[in-house]
Design a protein around this ligand. Structure first.
Ligand SMILES: C[S@@+](CC[C@H](N)C(=O)[O-])C[C@H]1O[C@@H](n2cnc3c(N)ncnc32)[C@H](O)[C@@H]1O
Length: 275
């Protein structure tokens, strides 16, 4: 099927799901492959027929929505972000947590993929920071709308390609190797709770010291939905907490409670009580 046909179809369908075409432009292959499979399953001949099918079957939109989840991730993605978290952000947040009289640094990894981001954080804390803050633990809630991704996160088994950005010295510490598969050691899975949640419908309870929402809301959703979701995300953060976006993402207009903390790494801080 012609590329232009997919592009036309996506440009027509995405806005109706409150998504934005520019976010998908470079990564559309993943969606197109799934679309092909869906069109075959339905016995249709092409994207034009699928468009007509969608217009006649309102419940197909939910299916299409799930086909549009881009699931690309890897450990230690955007190295500079994790270096800044380790050197600047987490030590400060850990002190704030301690002064507040709490014993756990609460983190929300929103759109956690198959666990690469939360496991990177758990490893970073354990390897670089735990000994400096023995009284503090890291509690991570990792959410993703895709049940398959949550299952893969719980399985915690990866191919080398997912690990290639990770500092080499960490590999043997964090993973047990079984032939070509790298399995997260149990000590790095403790303290992480994985939940199947669609960020448009629900979010984990309580307040967080650090939220990572990278390469999801602020890439794929339209402006109005971004503005709606940033208000909810900020509402789930303690005063002084940090928010990390993807390095090509921007905070939508109206998020007045956030100030830039580390520009290049897209790390923001919520104004308010910083202790
Ligand atoms: C591109 S990956 C990013 C993973 C990780 N945050 C990173 O930056 O490497 C986006 C993830 O968001 C998940 N996702 C898509 N739509 C979602 C939604 N509405 N709510 C929660 N997760 C969603 C996808 O299943 C996928 O795992």
């Amino acid at each position: 099927m012609k590329n232009e046909q997919y592009v036309c179809f996506l440009q027509w369908a995405l806005p109706q799901m409150r998504m934005r075409w520019p976010g998908f432009r470079k990564v559309r292959r993943q969606v197109c492959k799934r679309l092909d499979a869906r069109i075959r399953d339905l016995g249709l001949t092409g994207v034009g027929e699928y468009q007509a099918y969608l217009q006649e079957h309102a419940d197909e939109w939910a299916r299409l929505d799930s086909l549009c989840r881009i699931t690309i991730s890897r450990f230690y993605r955007d190295k500079g972000v994790f270096v800044t978290l380790a050197k600047e952000v987490l030590p400060l947040l850990a002190s704030v947590v301690h002064k507040r009289g709490d014993s756990a640094l609460r983190i929300w990894s929103a759109g956690c993929g198959s666990g690469e981001e939360p496991y990177t954080l758990a490893a970073l804390w354990d390897i670089e920071l735990q000994s400096r803050f023995p009284q503090i633990t890291m509690d991570i809630v990792a959410t993703d709308a895709d049940p398959g991704m949550i299952q893969r996160a719980l399985d915690a088994r990866y191919e080398f390609s997912s690990l290639k950005d990770l500092p080499e010295s960490w590999r043997n510490l964090v993973f047990a190797r079984e032939e070509d598969t790298y399995c997260i050691k149990p000590e790095y899975t403790r303290g992480i709770k994985f939940l199947e949640q669609d960020i448009r419908q629900e979010q984990p309870g309580g307040h967080f010291d650090l939220v990572l929402c990278r390469n999801l809301v602020f890439t794929y959703y339209d402006d109005a939905l971004q503005r709606q979701l940033i208000r909810r995300i900020v509402g789930a953060m303690h005063g002084g907490a940090a928010l990390v976006l993807g390095i090509h993402e921007h905070v939508p207009e109206g998020a007045h409670e956030l100030s830039m903390w580390f520009d290049k790494q897209r790390i923001f801080r919520k104004i308010g009580d910083r202790n």
